[in-house]
Design a protein around this ligand. Structure first.
Ligand code: FAD
Length: 470
């Protein structure tokens, strides 16, 4: 029942922004259609992003542990080998189970799903070049653009997804490269570099900026970089790629200091380009209906996610803000709540960021540099996992919890965690921040022993008073 029947909401794009918006709209009683060109739901995140990368991170971590850590825990094998096709099959199974799961959620919530490429004909009509069958026109009182993002290419570097790959190619290599060069030290490059590094690749990360992951607190970032270096990852910071030669068996990169200077070369079997992502609006017909974008091609919206065109909204990676799946989901829910005449809310200052390497790094709120720049008097409380009994018990005690709180009120401003499971630990801090808690509020909550979470409590104690265990 798509076609000519008018919908209350039409969503273009079935990624975490789009599919969540569609389900929420249907739950609010709105007649909803979601258009997706990929053939499967879940967008970048489920198909070629968050989920396959976490599957490979987990599998490669198990291999690495089995090879390097199990013996010291008294678990021995005659030999440990990688079966790459099996590892990839496991990843593909996780992806297909989850994408099919969303189709199930669409059926359950009565979201109409149209497979095809959507293009604006008017602000209330989208023509869909169907993946199978004919072109249809889907009408909607409200249309939400959730078309996401795509890999940013570098000038002079042509991605062939074989020797020079994007994250998509890096998730599906058929062989373990001997030498992998990663261009760009953001979280995607570091995660994919970790996967192949654990499986045996020699990994060098080339980054134009002076630092890896620019959004990270610099003290934690330094420890993080050391932790990655300890695991064999090499870094060439303040360095730009000025030439790529693919004429030989591998790839020869020509590098130059960012500030200019002598050139050097670097050989690789595979080069991963992970220098950022750009909003994807190709073929959507934005100019036809006059939707405004900024210089970077991001769709401009107001606080209700409305574009300058009446009835047309945008959410997720295609609008300004952190390009993260959970942010896209929050956008989707809030946008639909506004459309339904309710109130939506996304607090962009409290979107957690997680790098899923080993150890993981997770953070929410402000970095120390940001707090300093605001001119706020603040206190810092830190607690190392070396002094946490659970981390010691499992022999995985690298990292720390760092809490920043306003000096006068003790209100928490930011929390930064490096730990094996930092991505799970961070949500206690996210709740604290959302409720304007003080560090003493966290410290006075009873935390189970022995858990990694006790390090959060102790760092909170260290913020306004003294920790017990160090
Ligand atoms: P997308 O997920 O990009 O979905 C947009 C969808 O719209 C796509 O499926 C596309 O096919 C479809 N589409 C586009 N144009 C049209 C059209 N005209 N008609 C029909 N359909 C169309 N984020 C995290 O939070 N955590 C992570 O661990 C994480 N890991 C990542 C790892 C990698 C390797 C990558 C590449 C990204 C990762 N991300 C992660 C980022 C995350 O994937 C994105 O932030 C998220 O997918 C954005 O959601 P979205 O719905 O805005 O867009």
């Amino acid at each position: 029942a798509s076609g000519s029947e008018e919908n209350d909401v039409v969503v273009i794009g079935g990624g975490p922004g789009g599919y969540v918006a569609a389900i929420k709209a249907a739950q609010l009683g709105l007649k909803t259609t979601c258009i997706e060109k990929r053939g499967t739901l879940g967008g970048t995140c489920l198909n070629v992003g968050c989920i396959p990368s976490k599957a490979l991170l987990h599998s490669s971590h198990m291999y690495h542990e089995a090879k390097h850590s199990f013996p010291s825990h008294g678990v021995k094998f005659a030999s440990v080998e990688v079966d790459l096709p099996a590892m990839m099959a496991q990843k593909d199974k996780a992806v297909s189970n989850l994408t099919r799961g969303i189709e199930g959620l669409f059926k359950k919530n009565k979201v109409n799903y149209v497979k095809g490429y959507g293009k604006f004909v008017s602000p209330s009509e989208v023509s869909v070049d169907a993946l199978e069958g004919e072109t249809t026109v889907v009408k909607g009182k409200n249309i939400i653009i959730a078309t996401g993002s795509d890999v940013k290419s570098l000038p002079g570097v042509t991605i062939d997804e074989k020797k020079i790959v994007s994250s998509t190619g890096a998730l599906a290599l058929s062989e373990i490269p001997k030498k992998l060069v990663v261009i760009g030290a953001g979280y995607i490059g570091l995660e994919m570099g970790s996967v192949w590094g654990r499986l045996g690749s020699e990994v060098t990360v080339v980054e134009f900026a002076p630092d890896i992951v620019p959004t990270m607190d610099s003290e934690v970032r330094k420890q993080f970089q050391r932790a990655l270096e300890k695991r064999g990852m090499k870094f060439k910071l303040k360095t730009k790629v000025v030439g790529v030669d693919t004429s030989g068996a591998g790839v020869k990169l020509t590098l130059e200091p960012a500030a200019g200077g002598d050139q050097t070369t670097l050989e690789a079997d595979v080069v991963l380009v992970s220098a950022g992502r750009i909003p994807f609006t190709a073929g959507l017909g934005l100019d036809k209906i006059g939707v405004e974008t900024d210089k970077a091609g991001r769709i401009l919206v107001n606080e209700r996610f409305a574009t300058n065109v009446q009835g047309v909204y945008a959410i997720g990676d295609v609008i300004p803000g952190p390009m993260l799946a959970h942010k896209a989901e929050e956008d989707g829910v809030a946008c639909v709540e506004f459309i339904a005449g309710k109130h939506g809310h996304v607090d962009y200052d409290k979107v957690p960021g997680v790098v899923y390497t080993h150890p993981e790094v997770a953070y929410v709120g402000k970095t120390e540099e940001q707090v300093k720049a605001l001119g706020v008097d603040y206190r810092v409380g830190k607690f190392p996992f070396l002094a946490n009994s659970r981390a010691k018990a499992i022999d995985d005690a690298e990292g720390l919890v760092k809490i920043l709180a306003e000096k006068e009120t003790d209100k928490i401003l930011g929390v930064h965690i490096m730990a094996p499971n930092a991505g799970e630990l961070i949500h206690e801090a996210a709740i604290a921040l959302q409720y304007d808690a003080s560090s003493e509020d966290i410290a006075r909550v009873c935390h189970a022993h022995p858990t990694m979470s006790e390090a959060v409590k102790e760092a909170a104690m260290a913020t306004y008073d003294k920790p017990i265990h160090i």
